[in-house]
Design a protein around this ligand. Structure first.
Ligand code: NDP
Ligand code: 2IT
Length: 444
């Protein structure tokens, strides 16, 4: 495989799909050496087959607002690769959603899901619908219209969507209700369901918890832990909330959260009722964090990102490419020793280079945010058995999975000098399982 040649061909086929091409390049660069040592991959054209989705469904989503005015959004579901299990991955509702963003997310999901140790393939979907300022009933009508099309290609053994940005418990409820009505059956066609109707305990917290469990394992390799550490978190949604809970429980102090309007710096620490308040901020559909500063008397820095504050650990939990090379330099200069991605691809390639050069601990989202989808996998297991596990049971399994992902990264990512390149480790470990499954199953 020649990475540059493959990338040139892909750029020609998919011009302007910046995020997708960025995600593919990173994986190809990591697996190139291993790939070229194993001619069976090349002769089966594994790379050429793995970089293209199996299929993409696009559809229109017409819906009426509270005044009766009609709107039309675009809906998508990308079924990327199901060599090791049913397509699995979230739905994102955000005005920025386009094919490039969903293809990058679906591509990453293949390797992330492979790392979880559970049998799940990769997929992603969503819409350019903007939940900002919408009423509950508008969100409900949109979700119902979205499901009218989505239902045609999902199923508990085929494709199981879940949440992502803009899709939380409320949206999953509306989507599930519509599916149940149409199909006249209660099956595990979505994860992140409510606890009283097939959901799993700990799924809401799982991505953030998993991110912190992973960072804890990284810190262990440097003989340290979260006790007394100052932690900068970005975002204020589901992932940021779960991470703040677990960091606080482990004795760390969270000093920032952020939104599209800017970031909050709370030197007293974001804990207890302040973490609960993140749920109100998220549920308000206003997409701002400034009200936190007004309520708790903390600093608000308009239009800025939290990477300029002094911290020991940084957990980017907002969105893709939210931490660039200059942000990375500022973090390193301020003494940050560990960056654990909670979002998908929040660090730009330039930022990752800075972290690697400084030899600080850095984990890519596909490894450290895999706890969310892993717990979705545990929800699927419980649905299949028609049983519910206790919170302790789910949390223990989640924790064990994060430790296993860390071990896989170390196994495949340890350089000769002992430094662990978690990007390389995650990409190789995730790739190998899927590539071998594709080889075993022949050309299709
Ligand atoms: P939520 O919708 O719960 O929260 C995301 C929040 O972050 C939104 O309010 C969003 O505001 C805000 N945000 C988006 N862009 C920025 C930005 N540039 N700066 C600051 N804040 C921003 O989403 P999640 O917490 O579920 O998702 C966050 C990240 O974690 C995403 O990258 C997602 O793909 C990833 N992830 C989520 C998992 C899950 O289970 N939920 C699992 C694994 C990864 P706005 O809408 O205005 O952009
Ligand atoms: O990016 C992700 O891993 C998610 N949004 C969660 C996907 C899932 O199926 O739980």
């Amino acid at each position: 495989m020649k990475v540059e040649q493959i990338m040139k061909d892909l750029e020609k086929k998919h011009p302007g799909e910046v995020e997708y091409l960025q995600a593919v390049r990173e994986v190809l660069e990591s697996v190139e050496e291993l790939y070229n040592k194993n001619p069976q991959f090349e002769s089966a054209k594994i790379i050429e087959r793995i970089v293209e989705p199996d299929r993409i469904l696009t559809f229109k989503v017409p819906w009426a607002d509270d005044k009766g005015d009609i709107h039309v959004n675009l809906g998508y579901r990308i079924q990327f690769n199901n060599a090791i299990g049913p397509y699995k991955g979230g739905l994102r509702f955000h005005p920025s959603v386009n094919l490039s963003i969903l293809k990058f997310l679906g591509f990453e999901q293949i390797f992330k899901n492979s790392l979880t140790t559970l049998p799940m393939g990769g997929g992603k979907g969503g819409s350019d619908f903007d939940p900002k300022g919408k009423s509950n009933s508008e969100v409900m009508r949109f979700c119902q219209s979205f499901m009218l099309e989505l239902k045609n290609i999902i199923g508990p053994e085929t494709d199981v969507p879940a949440g992502d940005i803009g899709v939380g418990g409320r949206e999953i409820g509306f989507l599930y209700g519509m599916y149940r009505k149409l199909a006249r059956e209660n099956t595990g066609i979505l994860t992140g369901k409510g606890i009283g109707w097939g959901g799993s305990l700990v799924r809401p917290e799982a991505t953030g918890y998993g991110d912190v469990y992973f960072a804890q394992e990284m810190l262990k390799t440097r003989n340290t832990d979260f006790k007394g550490k100052i932690v900068a978190i970005s975002g204020f949604g589901n992932v940021a909330w779960g991470a703040a809970l677990k960091v606080t429980e482990l004795g760390g102090k969270v000093v920032t959260i952020s939104g599209p309007d800017g970031y909050i710096y709370d030197k007293n620490g974001i804990s207890g009722e302040k973490i609960d308040y993140m749920l109100d901020l998220r549920a308000s559909n206003n997409d701002v964090v400034k009200p936190y500063a007004d309520k708790f008397g903390a600093e608000f820095h308009a239009g800025k990102r939290p990477w300029e504050v002094k911290c020991d650990v940084a957990l980017p939990c907002a969105t893709q490419n939210e931490l660039n090379g200059d942000d990375a330099k500022a973090l390193v200069a301020n003494g940050c020793i560990c960056v654990g991605e909670g979002a998908n691809m929040p660090s730009t390639p330039e930022a990752i280079e800075v972290f690697h050069k400084a030899k600080i601990l850095f984990s890519p989202g596909k490894a450290s945010n895999a706890g969310g989808v892993a717990t979705s996998g545990l929800e699927m297991s419980q649905n299949s058995m028609k049983l519910s596990w206790s919170a302790e049971e789910v949390d223990k399994r989640l924790h064990d999975i994060m430790i296993s992902i860390h071990n896989q990264c170390v196994l495949h990512g340890k350089d000769k000098d002992g430094f662990v390149d978690y990007v390389k480790g995650a990409n190789i470990a995730g790739f190998l399982k899927v590539a071998n499954a594709m080889l075993d199953q022949g050309l299709y």
